[in-house]
Ligand binder design. Structure first.
Ligand SMILES: Nc1ncnc2c1ncn2[C@@H]1O[C@H](COP(=O)(O)OP(=O)(O)OP(=O)(O)O)[C@@H](O)[C@H]1O
Ligand SMILES: [Mg+2]
Length: 242
């Protein structure tokens, strides 16, 4: 098992943003993480990669307990994350941005450059390698966000809404990119609101609502689950659908 989340809770003051969540992730799969706004999805990513200290529970990665680690330590172990709000270094080129991640595993400039070029190639941003990040459009910035994460050479990649705001063609391209990352051996957890994309891309889906895991299963099982329909549409809809 690559990742084990055991009874993880994250409170912000009185609010349990993530509440007693447990699941296991086997190597090589794409896990979809869905749920209404404020359900705790991004917070759970923070609990996994170490940007947020847990209130309770344990995260085990590759056989080691990593809860308590800082995010840079987890990056070295092989966990990378892209952020919902893209955060490029605006005055640096796409290549320089992608190189930042590479320095997580190497101190050699040339080597970092080679890793970064491969990342930009993978996310289909190589033609823009010399463009300053602030001049990239949203779709390109989303790709750059993935390239930055990819340059750390992760085993586990956490993707937070990398398709939000993209047009239909860009979404299709992004689905292809994510599938190719997975085929190359990277295990992925992906948060996404675009249902068609998440249903198409995920081997398994977990649904959060008000911080709690309310369902886990195949895309087909999830799309029929009454608790999931209730979380998204409210009780009346469930009765109508029942
Ligand atoms: N740093 C923080 N301090 C206080 N409350 C927070 C913090 N981060 C998140 N929250 C709260 O925790 C809850 C879960 O937020 P989170 O961002 O994890 O949701 P989400 O499922 O990613 O939502 P969305 O789909 O809108 O991105 C929300 O009520 C949010 O306001
Ligand atoms: Mg979020």
């Amino acid at each position: 098992m690559l990742l084990k989340i055991d009874n993880v809770t994250k409170r912000f003051g009185g609010l349990a943003a993530v509440s007693e969540v447990s699941f296991e992730l086997e190597e090589g799969i794409i896990l979809g993480l869905i749920g209404p706004n404020g359900a705790g999805k991004s917070t759970l990513f923070g609990c996994i990669n170490g940007t947020l200290p847990l209130t309770e529970g344990t995260v085990t990665f590759d056989g080691k307990v990593i809860s308590g680690n800082k995010s840079f330590q987890n990056a070295k172990l092989g966990i990378a994350r892209s952020y919902q709000i893209v955060q490029p270094f605006g005055n640096m080129t796409a290549l320089q941005n992608a190189m930042v991640g590479a320095f997580c595993k190497t101190n050699n400039y040339k080597e970092a450059e080679q890793i970064a070029l491969r990342s930009l190639e993978t996310v289909k941003l190589i033609k823009k390698k010399d463009v300053v990040a602030k001049h990239l459009n949203l779709g390109e910035r989303k790709k750059l966000e993935i390239a930055k994460a990819l340059s750390t050479q992760p085993k586990l990649l956490l993707l937070d809404e990398v398709m939000a705001g993209l047009n239909t063609t860009e979404v299709l391209e992004m689905v292809g990119i994510i599938k190719s990352l997975n085929t190359s051996g990277i295990t992925i957890i992906i948060i996404e609101h675009i249902m068609e994309a998440i249903m198409n891309i995920s081997d398994r889906i977990i649904v959060l609502s008000f911080g709690k895991k309310i369902a886990e299963g195949s895309p087909e099982e999830i799309s029929k689950d009454p608790h999931v329909i209730e979380a998204y549409f409210g009780v009346e809809e469930v009765e109508e659908h029942a």
